[in-house]
Design a protein around this ligand. Structure first.
Ligand code: WTA
Length: 637
């Protein structure tokens, strides 16, 4: 096996330098990118609430698509850039070389130009996991347009909200999306969404399955047909390092989803460096991240990081359990995958199906395993380690967020020991601190527990919330002054290693999908029969957290099982299937303080079946509502 890029001595040395001399460290690292004008200014960042400003490499000029494609030519022209494994294992896989990637991306860029997309314009991408999703991202980057991918599992309403919030000129979608043997009607979802958007928004359709869809002449455009006749070259546009590369909407504890804005230079550098070092990627390796491009993991670790490194990255259209629960392992065997990166929820689901699905597969190509998205329980970690890694593959448990652009804490293979469930060590440039939650004072003793914040900026950090810089400051910099607040709780053990304990705000993590309880609540109260709703997470064996809804109905409405079904499908339509409530409890009243604030702490405890720890209920306006809620807990047991 090739020697790891970074051993422990090298980690210690590089980490120390990244903190003591960030300009020197990141200035050197910046050389892994190709610049049209090299940056002379490296770090210019300020975490002071009221004046938050984050700039990296601010006078640098580059093009992200050039860095992910052109510069690898001609040395890698015939190397596979993307392996596409389709939903149906009987359909052939595609091996897209860097030369083909160049061709497709340039053609698609020319199509976008021909549709009037200009530098700085927003393009919404609502595509399944097909190569065209990567082409579309890189085509935007090539011409300096800002993409915003909306996960294909989101509903028309959710899509419309995002198109409108970022003021997109174009939405790129596909006819239908096969997944697990079924098909999602993406084009008809897009049609429904566009009813709520400006009639100037054009719809570019990738004819992927060839299924029939409606067609509005003048608005709908057949992308593949136009790509065939488009010119195969499109000059990469020189972009400033700080120009936005993409917007990605994510959930917070309040309000509607925020458009997280990522930069061109700092983001790409951070994604590329972490991809190489954390996955210990070596020339010739086959790397597979099972995330969807609709989430940040797909952005940084399917597309931008790997392609910036000239890697071979696998894109999988399907699901882990179809045609059966051996699919992931079949794909690893078929393509001789070396690094495999997935989410704990998938590991738990597959573990639950029994070992027979793994035993028949040859997993000897695997060198490293990764997890992301939520804390991993030791049982799942051990199964992953023993059954999939055969005890030979380091597991990188990578903690990061949509906002951070790339990994912030993880063990490095070849440098650090691993502990089941621990994110272990900060990456270069990252200064984690554990704060006392109420005072915000930094706790230096070990072991300890508190909330997790970061002391100083790193190049992959988000720059702002699209159209609302104030919200950016309020969300991340107001509560604990001088720090970036992650929203996560954290334990530091006696060795100083870090363990993420989960969100400390009203964000829940359902099958690795991040969701604001407020979003589900506002979907529920939008239903005519619902007077009030409160949503919390509760422990769920496979999903990590399930969605528990307390619903108060309008006075004249009778509760029924049918109404529960109706509300579930209502939420699916309002947000998407990922937000479907797991448990609904009819609540004649919600526990409120005398000032009318819902006491979620109590609702969480009831949902968790933890009545002993309800705490002080004497401040409630009507303490008796709690007894009723306990009495009628959904699926009590
Ligand atoms: C959680 C996903 C424990 C955490 C990249 C974070 C994790 C949220 C881990 C961000 C991990 C992510 N261990 N928890 N390794 N990775 N999380 O924005 O609560 O979808 O704040 O980004 O996922 O979710 P997001």
């Amino acid at each position: 096996m090739a020697k790891a890029h970074v051993d422990v001595a090298r980690y210690d040395e590089m980490y120390a330098r990244s903190i003591s001399d960030p300009d020197g460290f990141w200035g050197e690292q910046a050389q892994r990118l190709d610049w049209m004008a090299r940056p002379t200014k490296i770090k210019d960042t300020n975490f002071d609430f009221g004046n938050v400003s984050i700039k990296w490499f601010e006078d640098g000029v580059l093009n992200v698509a050039y860095n992910c494609i052109d510069r690898h030519l001609p040395a890698r022209a015939e190397q596979t850039a993307i392996i596409f494994e389709p939903d149906n294992p009987e359909d052939p896989a595609q091996h897209i070389t860097y030369a083909e990637l160049y061709d497709k991306v340039n053609r698609m860029a020319n199509v976008l130009l021909s549709q009037g997309v200009m530098r700085g314009d927003r393009v919404v991408i609502y595509l399944p996991m097909i190569p065209e999703a990567a082409y579309a991202m890189l085509a935007c980057a090539r011409i300096g347009a800002i993409h915003s991918i909306v996960f294909a599992g989101f509903s028309p309403d959710a899509l419309a909200n995002r198109i409108n919030d970022c003021g997109a000129k174009i939405v790129i979608t596909a006819d239908t999306a096969p997944r697990g043997g079924r098909r999602t009607a993406l084009k008809s979802n897009t049609d429904a969404a566009l009813l709520h958007c400006s009639d100037k928004v054009r719809c570019l359709v990738v004819k992927h399955t060839g299924d029939q869809t409606s067609w509005i002449d003048g608005r709908d455009v057949d992308v593949k047909a136009l790509m065939e006749t488009a010119a195969p070259d499109c000059p990469p546009r020189p972009m400033n390092a700080e120009d936005p590369l993409f917007i990605l909407y994510t959930s917070g504890s309040t309000g509607k989803p925020k458009g997280v804005v990522h930069s061109s230079g700092g983001y790409l550098l951070y994604a590329a460096l972490t991809h190489e070092v954390v996955f210990d990627y070596h020339e010739g390796d086959i790397y597979w991240c099972t995330a969807d491009v609709g989430w940040v993991t797909g952005h940084s670790y399917i597309v931008y990081g790997p392609l910036a490194n000239g890697a071979t990255t696998l894109m999988f259209e399907g699901v882990p359990t179809w045609p059966d629960a051996s699919r992931f392992w079949q794909v690893c065997e078929k393509h001789k995958v070396n690094q495999f990166y997935t989410a704990p929820t998938a590991i738990r689901a597959l573990m639950g199906q029994g070992d027979a699905f793994v035993d028949g597969c040859d997993l000897s190509s695997l060198k490293l395993l990764g997890t992301v998205g939520e804390p991993i329980n030791p049982e799942a970690w051990n199964w992953y380690n023993d059954k999939i890694g055969k005890g030979n593959c380091p597991i990188v448990d990578t903690w990061w967020q949509t906002e951070t652009g790339g990994h912030l804490m993880t063990p490095l293979p070849g440098a650090h020991a691993t502990k089941p469930g621990a994110a272990m060590k900060p990456f270069f440039g990252i200064q984690p601190v554990v704060l006392e939650p109420t005072s915000g004072v930094e706790i230096s003793e070990r072991p300890t527990e508190g909330v997790l914040a970061i002391k100083d900026s790193w190049p992959g950090q988000m720059r702002t919330v699209w159209g609302d810089h104030e919200r950016f400051e309020q969300t991340y910099f107001q509560q604990y002054k001088g720090y970036y607040f992650s929203g996560d709780g954290c334990r530091a053990d006696e060795d100083g290693d870090y363990w993420i304990t989960g969100r400390v705000d009203d964000v829940i993590n359902v099958s690795g999908h991040r969701m604001g309880t407020a979003e589900v609540e506002s979907a529920l109260v939008a239903h005519a029969k619902v007077a009030e709703a409160a949503v919390v997470g509760y422990p769920h064996a496979v999903k990590g957290q399930g969605i528990y809804c307390y619903v108060t109905l309008m006075n004249d409405v009778e509760p029924s099982e049918d109404l529960k079904k109706e509300l579930r499908s209502w939420v699916r339509t309002e947000i998407g299937p990922i937000a479907s409530p797991d448990l609904i409890q009819w609540a004649p009243g919600l526990p409120k303080t005398r000032s009318g604030k819902i006491m979620r702490r109590i609702l969480r405890k009831i949902a968790e079946n933890d009545y002993g720890a309800l705490g002080d209920t004497s401040t409630l306006a009507d303490p008796s509502v709690v007894d009723d809620l306990i009495e009628n807990r959904a699926n009590k047991g």
